[in-house]
Design a protein around this ligand. Sequence first.
Ligand code: HAM
Length: 420
Amino acid sequence: MNTFAAPKGIPDYFPPDSAGFRAVRERLVAAATNAGYGLIELPIFEDTALFARGIGESTDVVSKEMYTFSDRGGRSVTLRPEGTAGVIRAVIEHGLDRATLPVKLAYSGPFFRYERPQAGRYRQLQQVGIEAIGVDDPALDAETIAVADAGFRSIGLTGFRLEITSLGDDTCRPAYRQLLQDFLRGLPLDEETRARAELNPLRVLDDKRPEVRELLTDAPLMRDHLSDACREHYEQVKLHLGDLGVPFVENPRMVRGLDYYTKTCFEFVHDGLGAQSGIGGGGRYDGLMAELGGQPLSGVGFGIGVDRTLLAAKAEGLTVGDPARCDVFCVPLGEKAKRRLVILAGELRAAGVRADLAYGGRGLKGAMKAADRSGARWALVLGERDLDAGTVGVKNLADGEQTDVPLDQVIGRVSELLQH
Ligand code: HAM
């Protein structure tokens, strides 16, 4: 019979690796909640127009990568390719912006992009993100970046760098865009790149081909054409990052794949990942809320790729999370012992000890193998004779040493042992 495989590019997460995945996600979320971000859970799919308008029709994400389908009522819906548009939709819909500003929200979960799958690039990707809405203060941009930085460092990562730039806003970017377009029109570019230059000239700066990069050496850069206000904003962000001790490099050629960005933009790049080196990115998006029908409030945030962060941790040789399924593994020898250990495992769990049991009566050898595989530090071995004596064997699975402990004291004893 044919078996099934997950759809192409869609990962499964299972033990023991899922422990690392969960730990990475939890630490990134903890960095956000530590800075006053409250959790928001968003729908996995939304009205297609929300993403088309929010992210930009000319982006690859919208034009090539969305999972779009009609529901049974004939409405066009799309699996969320990113989180920012949905957060802003929810803020507008529920009037969250009527509270004290900024509204600070954090989220985690799966997102969907029909990209070409490869190592570190999936069609279902996992992000932890934050958004701070309603205050245009460069110190908030710096805080956003510092939260991501703290999240990565709490995992133990060190082999990454932060790149920042400013993309200006609608007071200076249109003139710069024109300037860049004029420059690009004068270059001997292939037809596809010319078309891109007409549609979205900034994206041409991201071309990876050496011959095109060469042509772009003298291209005008947004950084040199910022309005006074945008330049001052950018200087302030850098100042605050310095105060916070967050190291960064400037990358005036940074191109983000989403159109809503204004002013500050940033990316975290990890050296150990090969082509898919972006472990997180974000920036300010001061026009998005008005674009989506809300009041003209500013916003700044990031999305961190949980999958790539876990790969980065592995590349650095870090162990993240506890792959052990339980702390204590109960090994019954015989039916009576099993009945007693089923009860004891329940009591251990109630006392906050992760406990599992060898089911299926597979004998001492098989049960001890299962105990080792579970990652438990201790096994509780109970036979008929122990039952009669009212004791249980507490076996240290690291060195094999075993001592007898009275059954009615074993929960306290095990809890004590696990403290060390
Ligand atoms: P993004 O740069 O498109 O930004 O995605 C953020 C992160 O998600 C990337 O840096 C990367 O680590 C991860 N990621 C993206 N695509 C994939 C993929 N196909 N496979 C694995 N990981 C992936 C955003 O999504 C913005 N919403 C971030 C933001 C929030 N900007 C402001 N607020």
